[in-house]
Design a binder for this molecule. Structure first.
Ligand SMILES: [Zn+2]
Length: 717
């Protein structure tokens, strides 16, 4: 029996193909999987074709599938099947990006323009990056992704992140091995950079390294212990200044060498150099524009052990970084504002977390800085050690965490490791489809987990083809590794060295849909939320066993995804009170933004989810202006040390160029535009608004859903 294809050619009739297409539609978009139905329909169509007495066309078969699905009482799958065909149709089209690109050029494509609050789409170099992104997405959609995965993405079942970068051989985020690069030298643009001989030069080289790395990847880069890594260079500078001071005494002033006096001179010159060096880094990072059309996403994590040989120098670096951040950076009007980068992370440990700890003065300074500038964020070394085999290390970018890994010598290694990519699961959609039925919820979840795994494996397979030539700074000159030219990177992807993560969004909404309450409801909600976490963890563990890749569970930042998933579900299922009518879903395991809960209860509650979200997590508290109440800020920070692994505070310090208002700029309820409360100015170009949108701060405004979410946030104090 023959079938006539779209192009007029003929192929053999294969009922298996029909069954496979139906199954994919069942699993990808609706999740309403019914055992045996696909085979039954395929059989019925074969019988029908046999009786027909003439050749069937592909279109005829597709029509039959649709009607049979309706007949079998599965209208949702019938629609999914139609969708599946529409996506395939799209993939056959030749040019699909014209409108998106033109929308960018004319600045009337808000979806793409506000997708990333760190990219300003009006700037032509950023436009170029966004246009490249649109073309990359289009190619990935038509040529690389299997139709059912693409359909799952389009229907909001899952989200394949960073599709604008998928066609290129680059990964997500990492902890760069800056120590190795500074101590053993590196190469930038084919030029040898030797180990710096002073702190000032080390800071300049570090900034150059950061810029180069940012252009070769799409996620964030972190320096795991910037104070620890740069401290030996402070010593080098000090020794240099000390020798110079001694020499000046005898040769210039003609007096007898006095070591004590030389030490004092050397130390004061060193302090000045540390100040200048940190300033160089802060200004350069904030003023750099990489080939991604944005400032590099850099995280500086500060942490040294009490018995560290360079503790004095490391403490000085921390002090300087915090002091300078507290001051801020001048905007174009010459007013000091809150810079978005680099993100700062401050690690709390026994030697700085208690009022009688020797380095508590640094924690006090951190508290003052947080109250004014939102950074630093805080890691509790004590709680982190419980979750990560006794290890303490920086998040990659804003919140991704590595899984502990040991080298052949049995030593734990963090620096030079990275994350391959993320695919996020839409939990509220499963909740909607399950219609309050808990068993159905977990049955659908099970099918969706397969989709996530397949999408992640695709990312791995693309990266596995990469050679070290794709980004020499990463693979050949120390940021990640020191491979030879042309060498494959595949060994670094395997065996747990690199992580690969499943994200999730909307634990709150899913619990609300199934149990009718928030997941903070200890009697009716929390156990369900924890069960979802447990099942997702079991899934990533089993994939890890099966593939040898370090799969991990990750609380997705969802900067614009919060809106995307919710909009798709609202279009498909209508306005559901408290779920799709909000315009956004709640990030990861977070407490719903409108829920009244104290900072302490929130951190305590969310801490149990951090333990179950080891591939990435961050908790925050929304606080008012507390610059006049630093004791309370310190109390909250000490609470973090005892109770939660990784947390941050959100506050507001905005600026209006028209009236010089320096306070909280709010969203107008009606227009959803940002508006100065003092003079009513709503011109984005004449407002500085900085908010925490994910683990980073954003300052170029947000999509409608995220704006609503920001507007809805209630204080936790
Ligand atoms: Zn104003």
């Amino acid at each position: 029996m023959k079938v006539i294809k779209r192009d007029g050619t003929e192929v053999e009739f294969q009922k298996e193909k029909i069954a496979i297409a139906i199954e994919k539609a069942m699993k990808s978009s609706t999740g309403l999987y019914q055992e045996g139905v696909a085979d039954a329909i395929a059989q019925e169509i074969e019988d029908f074709a046999a009786k027909l007495g003439r050749k069937m066309t592909i279109y005829g078969i597709e029509e039959q599938v649709y009607y049979k699905l309706i007949e079998h009482g599965n209208p949702a799958t019938a629609r999914a099947y139609e969708n599946y065909k529409a996506v395939q149709e799209f993939k056959r089209r030749q040019n699909t990006t014209d409108e998106q690109v033109l929308g960018l050029l004319n600045l009337d494509n808000p979806e793409v323009m506000d997708e990333n609050s760190n990219k300003n789409p009006a700037i032509s170099s950023t436009q170029r990056d966004l246009i490249a992104g649109e073309i990359s997405k289009d190619l990935a959609r038509r040529k690389m992704l299997p139709t059912d995965l693409l359909q799952a993405h389009d229907s909001g079942a899952i989200h394949i992140h960073d599709m604008d970068y998928i066609i290129q051989p680059i990964f997500n985020c990492c902890l760069i091995n800056l120590k190795d690069m500074l101590e053993n030298g590196t190469v930038i643009n084919g030029k040898l950079i030797e180990s710096p001989k002073s702190f000032q030069v080390a800071c300049t080289v570090t900034t150059q390294i950061i810029a180069q790395i940012a252009s070769g990847q799409y996620g964030g880069q972190s320096i795991n212990g910037v104070d620890r890594i740069l401290a030996p260079f402070v010593r080098r500078s000090y020794d240099k200044h000390f020798r110079a001071a001694l020499l000046e005494q005898t040769e210039i002033y003609g007096i007898e060498a006095n070591e004590e006096a030389a030490e004092s001179v050397a130390w004061s010159r060193t302090r000045k150099e540390v100040k200048d060096g940190i300033q160089t880094m802060q200004y350069q990072i904030n003023t750099l524009m990489t080939s991604n059309g944005q400032a590099p996403f850099v995280t500086l994590c500060m942490y040294f052990a009490e018995d560290f040989a360079y503790a004095k120098e490391a403490a000085l670096i921390q002090e300087e970084i915090l002091n300078q951040r507290y001051v801020g950076i001048k905007n174009e009007a010459g007013i000091y504002i809150t810079p978005a980068f680099p993100k700062l992370v401050y690690v709390l440990d026994e030697h700085n977390a208690k009022p009688d700890s020797p380095y508590y003065y640094l924690t006090k300074l951190a508290a003052k800085c947080t109250a004014k500038r939102m950074y630093p964020d805080y890691i509790s070394a004590k709680r982190m050690r419980e979750n990560y085999e006794g290890q303490v290390f920086a998040p990659m970018g804003c919140r991704a965490f590595l899984s502990p890994w040991k080298n052949e010598q049995g030593q734990y290694v963090s620096d030079g490791r990275f994350n391959m990519g993320v695919v996020t699961l839409n939990l509220p959609q499963i909740g909607i489809l399950a219609e309050g039925d808990e068993d159905k919820f977990f049955a659908i979840l099970d099918k969706r987990l397969d989709l996530v795994k397949r999408a992640l494996m695709l990312r791995y397979e693309l990266l596995a083809k990469v050679t070290s030539d794709a980004s020499p700074i990463h693979w050949q000159y120390g940021a990640i590794a020191r491979l030879g030219k042309g060498q494959s990177v595949v060994d670094l992807l395997k065996g747990g060295y690199a992580t690969i993560t499943m994200g999730y969004i909307g634990i709150y909404e899913a619990t609300k849909l199934i149990r009718g309450v928030s997941h903070t409801d200890a009697e009716k909600g929390t156990d369900f939320a924890l069960k979802i976490m447990k099942i997702m963890n079991e899934a990533v563990d089993s994939w890890k066993q099966e593939t040898g890749l370090a799969f991990a569970l990750y609380g997705t930042p969802a900067e614009s995804l919060t809106n995307r998933f919710c909009s798709i579900d609202r279009a498909r299922f209508g306005e559901i009170e408290g779920i799709t009518d909000k315009g956004y879903y709640t990030n990861s395991y977070h407490v719903f933004v409108q829920e009244n809960i104290s900072v302490f209860d929130k951190f305590k509650f969310e801490s149990q989810f951090q333990t179950l979200s080891k591939g990435g997590c961050i908790s925050y508290a929304e606080i008012p202006n507390m610059t006049q109440n630093l004791d309370a800020v310190e109390t909250m920070i000490r609470y973090i040390y005892d109770n939660i692994s990784y947390a941050e505070f959100n506050t507001k310090s905005d600026y209006c160029h028209d009236c010089a208002f320096d306070g909280e700029i709010k969203v107008n309820e009606k227009t959803l535009q940002w508006e100065c409360p003092n003079c009513g100015n709503s011109d984005r170009r004449r407002l500085n608004v900085t908010r925490r949108t994910c683990g980073y701060l954003g300052e170029n405004f947000w999509n409608e859903g995220r704006t609503k979410e920001i507007k809805d946030r209630v204080l936790h104090i």
